[in-house]
Design a protein around this ligand. Sequence first.
Ligand SMILES: [Zn+2]
Ligand SMILES: [Zn+2]
Length: 103
Amino acid sequence: MAKCHYCKQSGRKLNRDHIVPRARAGVDEDSNIVYACYPCNTRKGDDWPTCTCSKCTAATEAHWAMIESIREWSPKWADQLTWVANNGRKKTPLTQQLTWHST
Ligand SMILES: [Zn+2]
Ligand SMILES: [Zn+2]
């Protein structure tokens, strides 16, 4: 029986939860995804994970490393991503930001 990544309870319906939220430019890849019950998913919302397991820590570190690697060829975009990572996206979807970058 699958368990919620955060509260470890089983028997609840689980949803995919992005460790680094999409709203903070988190990637949609397995390394950034855990399964969480609805209450945990909702409580976490678009915030950084409070979970300190190796997967969540690695995903968080990979996120900043990704932004830093972008900085090498596009400092402006890296600054934008840093802002999004720190503040959370309020209005602009990431796809729109990617479009903004490429145009
Ligand atoms: Zn839970
Ligand atoms: Zn975790």
